[in-house]
Write a protein that binds this ligand. Structure first.
Ligand code: NAD
Length: 433
């Protein structure tokens, strides 16, 4: 199978490398010259565990290629995947589909007869119809299919998620597209991954419904955590108590500083917009979005309260900046709101993140970037764990206490036991406990 992947970001690069590893011939195309140049030189432009080896071995085997030139590869492609960004449109929260439609326009004159165009980007219901119309307009006589194949991988565990998915969703309106996609994903059936075939519209909506449901679990447990703090219960007990019910499930029940990242914030907003467009308001999702926005803003206040409300001349160390561990992705990270509210209160913010320092510099101004955890903690009146990186799970608390101005740990990821931290002479503030 000859596959072209348009867009070589987190999704396109991981999917392309994994498809090549299945034995398909894959060319990843991007408009970003720096990205393609890096890949051609053997450098991976994003941080994703295991991706460097996967890319290197498939390039060496001749199954994975990179190019800026769509025209040189598209005419041979059996399937063309669209994996470009679909960020929130400024102002209204609707998904910005300009990159998807531009990709459709660019590929239209180049597609061969029988090609299957597969949308992997997260797109609102009906986008497949529009992509089909764009191509049909340019090529009235071409025989082609448009399918939806939303991606569920998580950054940080992307390769494993792609190769051992809970399910693959294929949205097709014709049998040829189904046959081609079944053939592409056949290697996964050995891992017993169910391939769920449905209509294109159902597949498009499935992705948003999945993300909105996961976001709901997070906002739900965050509100329960707030209640736990008031009533003197430990949210971890409550999460265990409800999560062991198989109807609920234990995952996504860890309270924290609010969800961020490149998907949940924009996808919940886009789903709300779809609900409005079709006159089917989604009140639960609306509440989830509001709860999360308030939570991210409230976390700075939680730190300030832990400092006794004294902010002038104070220094806070943020441990972790990325929206979660094992990624360099800063998009909509809670660290952004936390840093801004601390800075607005006149607090100096020192920060360290194992992989997110460069991406952070582009989105947060005025931080003092440090070389490691202890450098960040030096002279700080409080340490705040924002991201659940392994590097922060076993800090040398005696050393931390020696370098800090004041031994206060605000653990927004509940990584520590209160007893351990207090035994080292710290004041400990966690979430929902
Ligand atoms: P990204 O921003 O990392 O990558 C998108 C890439 O597409 C960029 O490199 C950009 O230069 C390129 N591009 C844009 N227009 C192009 C064109 N016409 N031709 C060639 N290249 C073009 O985005 P991402 O995080 O990989 O997300 C892609 C899509 O997948 C989004 O819809 C996102 O919602 C969805 N998704 C993302 C994740 C995730 O964890 N990141 C998970 C599931 C689904």
């Amino acid at each position: 199978m000859h596959i072209v992947m348009i867009g070589t970001g987190y999704v396109g690069l991981v999917s392309g490398a994994c498809f090549a590893d299945f034995g398909h011939h894959v060319t990843c195309v991007d408009k970003d010259r720096a990205k393609i140049d890096a890949l051609l030189e053997g450098r991976i432009p994003i941080f994703e565990p295991g991706l460097d080896d996967l890319v290197a071995s498939n390039v060496a085997a001749g199954r994975l290629k990179f190019t800026l030139d769509l025209a040189s590869v598209l005419p041979q492609a059996d399937a063309v995947f669209i994996a470009v960004g679909t960020p929130s449109r400024r102002g209204d929260g609707h998904a910005d589909l300009s990159y998807v439609y531009a990709a459709a326009e660019e590929m239209a004159p180049l597609l061969r007869d029988g090609a299957v165009v597969v949308d992997k980007s997260t797109v609102p219901v009906g986008t497949g119809d529009e992509v089909e119309a764009i191509i049909r307009k340019a090529r009235p006589d071409l025989s082609f299919s448009v399918a939806s194949n939303p991606e569920f991988l998580r950054e940080g565990a992307a390769i494993d998620d792609f190769k051992r998915p809970d399910r693959v969703v294929i949205g097709v309106n014709d049998e040829h597209a189904e046959r081609v996609l079944q053939a592409i994903y056949r290697p996964l059936t050995r891992n017993e991954a169910p391939i769920l075939v449905m209509s294109r519209r159902a597949a498009e909506l499935t992705k948003y419904a999945a993300n909105a449901f996961l976001a709901t679990k997070i906002s739900f447990i965050n509100e329960i955590a707030d209640l736990c703090e008031k009533v003197g219960a430990d949210v971890r007990d409550v999460a265990r108590g409800i999560g062991s019910d198989s109807r609920i499930g234990a995952r996504f029940l860890q309270p924290g500083p609010g969800y961020g990242g490149s998907c949940f914030p924009k996808d919940t907003l886009a789903l709300l917009k779809t609900g409005q467009d079709y006159d089917a308001p989604l009140q639960i999702v609306d509440a989830v979005v509001k709860v999360n926005a308030q939570r991210k803003q409230a976390m700075g206040g939680k730190v300030i309260a832990a400092l006794g409300g004294q902010t002038q001349g104070r220094t806070v160390a943020l441990l972790g900046l990325t929206f979660k561990a094992d990624t360099d992705d800063m998009r909509d990270s809670p660290a952004i709101d936390i840093a801004r509210s601390l800075q607005a209160a006149g607090i100096t913010v020192r920060a360290y993140d194992p992989e997110g320092m460069e991406t952070s510099k582009a989105v947060i101004d005025g931080l003092v970037y440090c070389s490691d955890s202890y450098d960040a903690l030096t002279g700080a009146d409080a340490a705040v764990i924002v991201t659940e990186w392994d590097a922060f799970r076993a800090l040398d608390l005696a050393r931390a206490k020696r370098v800090m101005a004041n031994p206060l740990l605000v653990d927004l990821r509940n990584l520590y036991s209160r007893k351990d931290v207090e035994r080292h002479g710290f004041t400990y503030v966690a979430v929902g406990r």
